[in-house]
Design a protein around this ligand. Structure first.
Ligand code: ATP
Ligand code: MG
Length: 470
């Protein structure tokens, strides 16, 4: 009897396993498997990448691997950017050596990652990432076999260059610069797409977006950054696919948001994200407030902030994540704070509570490191405080560690009609004035009949009077 039940169970398990195999096989069949015949090699004279453009450390890694008898290529964004004559953000190397073998070649090397192990070769502040060719398809990674030390067994995870191509997202990101003969190896007509400035997904676009919805954000980011057009099939797959993003952990989305907005193409990226419905998945509160805006200025503040951030990057200046998030989430905070003030709450409390609520909701979509959350709150909480221009408060306010950012935020509001420009001007003069002038500026302006300053009225302000001009 027990044996019969076991047999039935075994048959059941086999049936289920076969079903899974069939599903995986049919998903793979949608992607034409790479063949050596399909490969196109662009010799040194047929492309524009020169070694002078490549970081010395990346070259060192490539040559060293080659010397040890391994294949070594530059791959991904660096090849794509070098072909455009741009300086790559980083250099990624891919090789047939496994991470342990890479570690033996370089002393300054650390292995990172658990699921898929990568080698990081350190040269002071520059890190060259060395990955081993990956086996075909993401699905395989979930079925990895680990040995007793937790090391991923080679055959099941690592693969050949032909397999590695298919796990990459866009054809222009799947070009391999071979250190052996300085050629560019192309299995997916990436060079042609690159020449035509087209972002084409490798394989079936809907399947690739479902496999990893972050690719939708990458599509938008690269389109804005490179000025490339999305291939019509990719664009079609994007429409309506935005909700897939909600399955991505908020920490990963936070990292992606920084890449989207802090690298010099924020404004165009924002417009594209909205166009494809992606923005509302990342910032639902903000999207709601933009959609229901009665005046232009909420949108203007955000646009101006993104524009400023792009300009600063173009000028080689730094931009901060907290200021960006403060701008992205300001409108929901302002609206909520105004509601609270209308209900009788004093201004600074209303802002504080609104900030807490909006940030708590946002955390469900994009994580925010604690120090970033704190800095955002500080920038916001300074806003109602700028309204006080008499007494000793202004002199204390300019000593606040976040004063500069808070003041920049006030300027942003003033420039886009959300705050009194005379108020912003006052603070501009005040912060650079001498102590004596500052004292004069903070004296009550109207005097009583006796010539003495009027007594201050400590009665609670009415909600309308307390409201920060939005
Ligand atoms: P940049 O570094 O300029 O932002 P990049 O293309 O180099 O752009 P990385 O995140 O550094 O982007 O990734 C390196 C390469 O790894 C990519 O070019 C692509 O081939 C591959 N890759 C990265 N993320 C994904 C993904 N989510 N799906 C498929 N391939 C990916
Ligand atoms: Mg890169």
């Amino acid at each position: 009897m027990i044996n019969t039940i076991k047999k039935i169970n075994n048959i059941g398990v086999t049936l289920i396993l076969n079903l899974f195999k069939k599903i995986i096989q049919s998903a793979r069949a949608q992607i034409t498997p790479p063949t050596v015949e399909k490969v196109r090699i662009y010799t040194r004279s047929e492309h524009t990448i020169s070694r002078a453009q490549i970081s010395d450390n990346a070259l060192k890694v490539l040559y060293r691997l080659q010397k040890e008898g391994f294949d070594a290529y530059l791959v991904g964004g660096c090849v794509r950017d070098l072909l455009l004559g741009r300086e790559p953000k980083d250099f990624d190397v891919v090789t047939n050596a496994d991470p342990e073998q890479v570690r033996k070649v370089f002393r300054n090397c650390r292995i990172i990652g658990r699921r898929f192990r990568l080698a990081h070769v350190h040269f002071g502040r520059e890190v060259i990432e060395v990955a081993t060719f990956r086996g075909d398809g993401e699905a395989q990674n979930d079925a990895q076999v680990l040995n007793h030390e937790g090391r991923v067994l080679r055959d099941n995870v690592y693969g050949t260059i032909e397999e590695d191509v298919w796990r990459r997202d866009f054809t222009v990101n799947a070009l391999y610069y071979n250190i052996k003969d300085f050629s560019v190896v192309d299995y997916v007509q990436g060079m042609e797409d690159h020449r035509n400035a087209i972002l084409r997904l490798i394989g079936d676009p809907s399947t690739r977006f479902r496999e990893d919805p972050v690719r939708m954000l990458r599509a938008v980011r690269f389109a804005a950054k490179l000025g490339f057009k999305l291939h019509p099939d990719c664009e079609q797959a994007l429409h309506g696919a935005a909700p897939l993003l909600s399955s991505i952990p908020s920490a990963r989305l936070y990292d992606e948001v920084l890449k989207l907005f802090l690298y010099g193409y924020a404004l165009q990226t924002f417009e594209m994200l909205r166009h494809y419905g992606l923005f509302q998945v990342l910032f639902p509160d903000t999207e709601r407030s933009l959609a229901s805006e009665e005046h232009e200025f909420p949108r203007m503040l955000l646009i101006k902030a993104l524009q400023n951030s792009d300009n600063r990057i173009a000028d080689g200046k730094s931009v901060t994540a907290y200021f960006l998030f403060a701008a992205l989430l300001w409108e929901p905070v302002r609206v909520l704070a105004a509601q609270k003030m209308a209900e009788g709450q004093v201004d600074f409390m209303a802002y504080q509570d609104a900030a807490n609520e909006v940030i708590a909701r946002q955390l469900r979509f994009t994580a925010l490191p604690r120090h970033i959350g704190l800095a955002i709150r500080e920038v916001w909480s300074l806003q109602p405080k700028f309204n006080t221009r008499v007494g000793s408060k202004p002199s204390r306010l300019i000593l606040h560690p976040r004063f500069r950012a808070g003041y920049d935020f006030l300027l942003l509001r003033a420039e886009t009609g959300g705050a009194d420009s005379e108020l912003a001007q006052w603070w501009q003069v005040y912060q650079y004035a001498s102590e004596n002038e500052q004292r004069k500026m903070t004296q009550p302006s109207r005097k009583s009949a006796t010539g003495k300053p009027r007594k201050r009225n400590y009665r609670k302000k009415t909600p309308a009077a307390a409201e920060v001009q939005s």
